[in-house]
Design a protein around this ligand. Structure first.
Ligand code: SF4
Length: 341
């Protein structure tokens, strides 16, 4: 049997017509699916006959919550979900005064191999489907009884390495009859797959783009992020500038500060040169366990120096350190115990 959850309105229309039903029924079914419901019986304004026909061929299936860990002082919760084929995936809920934000995974594992990332160490299993990405948000909304306003595609996986599913997810999530998320509330975070940055810009989806930079130098970036081998930083900045021009969305560059590695005056000069005139924002992040008082001072110093060169800088707050909230950490714990692949 096929899962109906995750189908677009067009796909449901085709199904409804194939069942000899009036096309307008598709919209009713579509709205119920993303309420969400868990069985056809819950679709109370759909005829019994249609519900029966649907249940003979289709099911409504969701990912299942396996574990939830919360860090109360930062209002951060990490969710581990199990897919229908028993793969564990992670999502993080961050509650702010201004609203709730969810960080979702787009792949099980990742092929990109960034040296500082836990997910990069886990073997790549498969791309997540659009409904599996959407369901991470929908299940969190359902379980927590909240409305999510912002979504970042920054969990396990490289979103632009799963392009078709990510685009389908964005279209579904921004549909007013599903999650009704604003395009401006969605951020795609990439390690820098240039070809697909152009494709995303030309797709007119208008979501935010965040680029993991971590070094302004080609050779050094290659050591940290193997994607640099085939996606040169100069071309990456050009692609990001094109994205900015096409979508009018400000680009964010993620910069993970590694003491003695990417934090010198040479780096500050080169970064400011690369980003000159681009109206972008550099988001400085302290590496996982390094955000104590001393490190905070050091990170603020880096910010100050970069700002003197005309670059806008923010510092990302460290959230969820006590609950393994960094990308891939909780899942890899289960893999190490042999409870997930
Ligand atoms: S940082 Fe992102 S792209 Fe790099 S290995 Fe981790 S999940 Fe993959």
């Amino acid at each position: 049997m096929e899962n109906l959850y995750g189908k677009t309105l067009e796909e449901i229309k085709e199904i409804i017509i194939s069942l000899d039903e009036k096309p307008f029924r598709a919209l009713q079914v579509f709205k119920w699916l993303y309420k969400p419901v868990f069985s056809f019986d819950e679709m109370t304004d759909i005829s019994l006959d249609l519900r029966k026909k649907l249940s003979e061929k289709y099911e409504i299936l969701h990912i299942e919550k396996k574990e939830k860990l919360s860090e109360n002082d930062t209002a951060t919760s990490k969710f581990l979900f199990k897919t229908l084929d028993n793969i564990f995936i992670e999502a993080v809920l961050l509650r702010y005064e201004s609203g709730s934000s969810v960080c979702v995974s787009t792949q099980a594992g990742c092929k990109m191999g960034c040296v500082f990332c836990e997910s990069g160490k886990c073997k790549f299993i498969r791309n997540l489907t659009a409904d599996e990405i959407l369901d991470q948000i929908q299940m969190i909304e359902y379980l927590e009884n909240i409305k999510v306003s912002n979504v970042v595609l920054m969990g396990t996986g490289e979103p632009l390495d799963n392009f078709e599913n990510v685009v389908k997810f964005i279209k579904l999530a921004t549909d007013e009859k599903t999650l009704n998320l604003s395009k401006r509330g969605i951020t795609v975070s990439t390690c820098g797959i240039i070809y697909n940055i152009y494709k995303l810009a030309d797709s007119d989806l208008g979501v935010n783009l965040s680029v993991s930079l971590h070094s302004p130098f080609h050779e050094e970036r290659r050591e940290l992020m193997p994607v640099e081998n085939s996606n040169h930083i100069d071309d990456l900045i050009k692609a990001a500038n094109y994205y900015r021009e096409k979508t009018k969305r400000r680009i964010t560059y993620e910069y993970c500060l590694i003491e003695g590695k990417n934090d010198t005056i040479k780096h500050i000069d080169k970064l400011s040169l690369l980003l000159k005139g681009s109206d972008s924002l550099v988001n400085v992040i302290g590496l996982n366990d390094k955000f104590n008082k001393k490190d905070r001072k050091y990170i603020y110093k880096f910010k100050e120096e970069l700002e003197k060169k005309g670059v806008s800088v923010t510092i990302r707050r460290k959230l969820g350190s006590s609950i393994n909230a960094a990308c891939g950490q909780l899942r890899s714990g289960y893999i190490n115990k042999g409870e997930s692949i």
